[in-house]
Design a protein around this ligand. Sequence first.
Ligand SMILES: [Cu+2]
Length: 363
Amino acid sequence: MKPTTYAPLLALLIAIGCSDNTATNIAPPPPPPPPPPPPAAFTVFETLGDSVSIAAKLTEFRTALGGVLNAPNSPPADSGRREINWDGVPAALTDVDSFPANFFNVNSKRGALYSTPGTGLRVDSTNFAAVNAGLAAQFTAFSGKKLFMPVGSNQVDVTFRLAGTDTPGLVKGFGAVFVDVDRLGSATIEYFDVDGQRLAIVRAPNHAGAQLLSFTGAVFQEAIVARVRITSGDAALTATINDISAGGTQDIVVMDDFIFGEPRPLGPDAQVTVGNVFFRSVHNGTQNPAVDTIAAGARVTWTWNAAGSHSIQSTGIPPAVFRNSVVMSAAGSTYSVRLFNPGTYDYDCAVHGLAMTGRIVVR
Ligand SMILES: [Cu+2]
C-alpha cells in the first residue's frame, strides 16, 4: 500500500483532535505592531579645546546650517543663521541679574526669547567674579569677554520667533559654546518640536582640569525645532559654590556664543478626508491617491466624514514611514501625524488596501 493512502485519514484525525481540544484552543497571536517611525534625523557637531582650536568645528556647524550670518535687526530671512555672542550687550544690562528675556528679539532683533525657572538672566563681564570670586579662575570667554548664565538656575530655554516679530519660528539647528565642562552630561542641549515633543539631546564634551571650551550643536534636515532647553552645569551659580575641579562637588558651567538657524515659519498642516471608499486631499481635491505636500515639521490630519471602517496604514519604504492608526468607524474620528524628515510617505487603508490610497510629500 502506498503511504499516500493514509493522508486523508491522517488529516481527518488531526482535524478531530484539534476540534475536540477546546480547553487549549488559543487564538493566533496578533500581528506584531508596526515599527515606530524613525526619529527626526540630525547631525551632531561637537568639539573641545581653546578659542582657537574649536573654531574649525564651529565653521562646519555654520556651513551645515547653510547660508550667511543674518545681521542683527535684519528682517526675517529664508535661510542663513543668527549668532549671539553677548559682547554687544549695553553696559547698563551687563553684570546685573535682570538681563531682559526678550532683548534678542526686541532690542537687538535675532528671533530668540529666553525663559528660565530661575530668578533672572545675567550677562557677565567679570568671568562671574562679581558673583563668586572663586569662579573666575574657572571661566574663560570664547568671544570677547562676556559670558551668560541664568540666575538661580542652571537651565534656560530659548524659544524662536521670526526675527523681530511675535510669530513663532522654527530653526534647523542650534549650538552653544560652554565654558569649563568637567563632567560629561553636565551640559546638554535638548531640542523640542512645536508640540513640545523632544526631538534630540546632545551633551557637551568634557575635559579634566584645565579651563577649556566645549561646543555642541545639532543640525536637522529642515527647520523643525521650536525650542531648545540648555542645561548648563550641575547647579546655579552662588556666592559660595565651588566647581568640582576646585574642591566642590558639582560641575559649574557657563555659556558663551549661541549659533542657530534663521527662524522660519511653521508650514501649514494638511487635511485629508476619509470616506467610503476614498482618501481626498482637502487642499487640492486629489483622491485615491490623495496627494499632499507639506513642509517638514507640519502635521497631517485625517478626518472620517462618514461611518465606515477605515485606517491609516503607512506603506512607504523606511525611513519614509509613520505610525499606523487603528481601524476606526465613527464619522468625525481623526488621526494625525507630524512628519520631520523630507521624503515621500505612501499610505493606504488596512481595510480597503489599494482601493483607498494616499501620499504625503514632505519637503
Ligand atoms: Cu478604508
